[in-house]
Design a protein around this ligand. Structure first.
Ligand SMILES: O=C(CO)[C@@H](O)[C@H](O)[C@H](O)[C@H](O)COP(=O)(O)O
Ligand SMILES: [Zn+2]
Length: 191
């Protein structure tokens, strides 16, 4: 069992080296959207669905410090939308349709997939581009098919590991770091 801790430690270290730069770009992208009355949409499947709603709860509620509520919607939480769109159009369209319904130019999509191969998340990226939104993608396993979808204006946080659980462990750190970065820009560095 100590192998899990050791592997996690080295994955966090490698991720810190690879992802600190793009993470700072992600903070700037989110802050710019929120400061211009834009909103953040987030989606993922399974553990990544939990991560998406966890992140959005910290925007709408709060992270560590008192501040104004920030505009965000998790696209994996409304069971009526998920079942209606899944039933009528197919599960691959459940996030795409919501991005097309809600997305406005200047909004940001946070697309979470450890493989970068979940089709419903991939289609949400294409829908975001159709709405002139930029994308922050959280992936692992080399980024999968998202590599072909993301543009130079997007931010790709690809965890350098091939196991889903390890990637998810870094993803939650990345999402918390994004929250912390937004708070620092809004409120200044903590005393
Ligand atoms: O949390 C886990 C495994 O740790 C699972 O629920 C996992 O999120 C699901 O298998 C997802 O469907 C995987 O999708 P993705 O990360 O490849 O987009
Ligand atoms: Zn998991």
């Amino acid at each position: 069992m100590t192998a899990h801790f050791n592997d996690a430690i080295s994955t966090f270290q490698e991720s810190s080296q690879a992802l600190s730069g793009p993470l700072a770009l992600g903070v700037d992208l989110l802050f710019a959207a929120l400061a211009n009355n834009g909103k953040i949409l987030a989606c993922g499947n399974g553990g990544s669905a939990a991560d998406a709603q966890h992140f959005i709860a910290e925007l709408v509620g709060r992270f560590e410090r008192e501040r104004l509520p920030l505009a965000g919607i998790a696209l994996n939480t409304d069971t009526s939308i998920l079942t209606a769109v899944g039933n009528d159009y197919g599960y691959e369209h459940v996030f795409e349709r919501q991005v097309l319904a809600l997305g406005q130019p200047g909004d940001v999509l946070v697309a979470i997939s450890t493989s970068g191969n979940s089709v419903n998340v991939a289609l949400s990226i294409e829908a975001a581009h159709e709405r002139d939104m930029r994308v922050i993608a959280l992936t692992g396993k080399g980024g999968g098919q998202f590599n072909d979808l993301l543009t130079p204006d997007d931010v790709h946080l690809c965890v350098p590991h091939d196991r889903t659980m390890r990637i998810q462990e870094v993803h939650i750190l990345l999402l918390h770091a994004l929250c912390d970065g937004i708070d620092a820009l809004l409120l200044g560095d903590p005393a």
